[in-house]
Design a protein. Structure first.
Length: 436
């Protein structure tokens, strides 16, 4: 039994954590006081238990989920980003729980069928003057669309976690496009997280942004080599042609040495086993190298920041460039890997494109059906519309009401898994598909 004085001190320390600006929540939540978990551990747990996070299990990363059981999904990607982010945060003496919470939530607003689905929803909403961007949608999921509590909408996450979600950015995201995609009804709410108020996101948010790049650059390559979208010899030639030095070095030195050990230990291994080990070992070496180089370069940047004195956290946000970054030459090589190899050889591969075309047709059909027949939306989704609107055909045609309906429909579709979207498409288009 702890002495009363120790218990009182622990309680006061716990309360002080919750008074920290970054740990504040929109709604007062007394249930967390006295809990052994930190505010950011609370955030992480709330995200893990959310419906939106569970649905990521059946959402596309690169390959649609029904194409195979072993490819990465949006959930496994998020878990891998969280693991890399936590490791980087530990090395950089940042808050590991905050980094992990941001990482777990960074894709919860992603549409089904990956970036093809996101692009299609954006195209469908544009004529109505409505934006769609998955980072903004992730913010809306955790603040509005996810309903788990009687007292409020959303997950009531901390200010720091919300900042990390709305400021998430990878090589395929443009911060200007993200800001332009913020709906008018939350623009004032998120202004405190964006320039000019915050020039750069905080340390943990920057960690997650680079962890995302490390995860998809490595694991999308691993999946592409595994499924045969790129064969090994062609891959090596592409690396040499593009002069991706860090990959050349890994292949010719670290990888070859490791594979020689494997063959020595397993002289009777099959070509399939050898190929599998080769790809997985390459993936491990790439992740280790990128994390190590990011850590060393960022530590140097942090030394410069701290040498200036004052509030280091504020200085990180006011810096002209990200503090968490690859060294300059490595940054160029990672971009070559993503844009010249992955984008052109994998994401644009005809077999991947075929599913993207199917996805666009599915989402186009769903969107147009619900816009023309809002009564076919689930009752719980219709509840977001005014009753007169769902019953009155004239009211439905008014421009303002069309925008309201389009936003509700887009939110509903973006929350679907790939499988649910395909099943719903079948239900709506196949005459003999049973609705009961």
């Amino acid at each position: 039994m702890k002495p009363q004085g120790v218990l009182l001190e622990e309680k006061m320390n716990n309360l002080n954590i919750y008074l920290n600006e970054n740990a504040k929540r929109k709604y007062i939540d007394e249930s967390q006081y006295g809990d052994a978990r930190s505010p950011f551990q609370h955030d992480k747990d709330r995200i893990l238990h959310s419906t939106a996070f569970r649905r990521l299990q059946y959402k596309t990363q690169v390959y649609v989920i029904h194409e195979g059981d072993l490819y990465r999904t949006r959930m496994t990607h998020s878990l891998e980003v969280a693991q890399i982010a936590r490791g980087l945060a530990q090395e950089l003496k940042a808050d590991m729980d905050l980094a992990e919470a941001i990482a777990l939530a960074h894709d919860v607003g992603h549409a089904p069928f990956g970036h093809a689905g996101e692009s299609k929803l954006r195209e469908l909403l544009k004529p109505l003057g409505l934006p769609f961007e998955h980072n903004v949608q992730s913010y809306r999921v955790v603040t509005e669309l996810e309903e788990r509590y009687a007292a409020h909408k959303g997950l009531n996450l901390t200010r720091a976690t919300l900042e990390g979600i709305i400021r998430h950015q990878s090589y395929f995201d443009n911060q200007e496009d993200i800001r332009a995609s913020i709906p008018d009804f939350i623009r004032q709410e998120v202004a405190e997280f964006l320039p000019p108020v915050l020039k750069q996101p905080g340390l943990e948010a920057q960690i997650v942004n680079i962890a995302d790049i490390i995860a998809y650059a490595t694991h999308d390559l691993e999946d592409a080599l595994t499924v045969g979208l790129i064969d090994w010899e062609s891959f090596k030639l592409q690396v040499q042609r593009l002069k991706i030095g860090f990959l050349q070095n890994i292949i010719e030195n670290s990888l070859d040495a490791e594979l020689a050990k494997y063959q020595e230990r397993n002289p009777d291994s099959t070509p399939e086993s050898y190929s599998k080990i080769r790809v997985r070992t390459l993936s491990r070496f790439i992740i280790n190298f990128l994390i190590t180089q990011t850590t060393l370069h960022t530590q140097k940047n942090l030394v410069v920041i701290k040498a200036k004195g004052g509030d280091a956290g504020q200085a990180i946000r006011e810096n002209d460039q990200y503090v968490v970054a690859f060294p300059e030459e490595l940054e160029k090589q990672v971009r070559l890997l993503i844009y010249e190899l992955l984008y052109k050889q994998v994401y644009s591969e005809p077999r991947v494109k075929i599913m993207a075309v199917k996805a666009e047709r599915i989402l186009d059909t769903l969107f147009r059906n619900y816009m023309e027949n809002p009564g076919t939306l689930p009752r719980i989704t219709q509840a977001r519309l005014k009753q007169f609107y769902t019953l009155d055909a004239l009211a439905q045609k008014k421009d303002g009401n069309q925008r309201i309906l389009a936003q509700v429909v887009a939110d509903y579709i973006s929350g679907m898994t790939d499988k649910y979207a395909m099943d719903t498409y079948q239900l709506l288009t196949q005459a003999y598909e049973k609705a009961l």
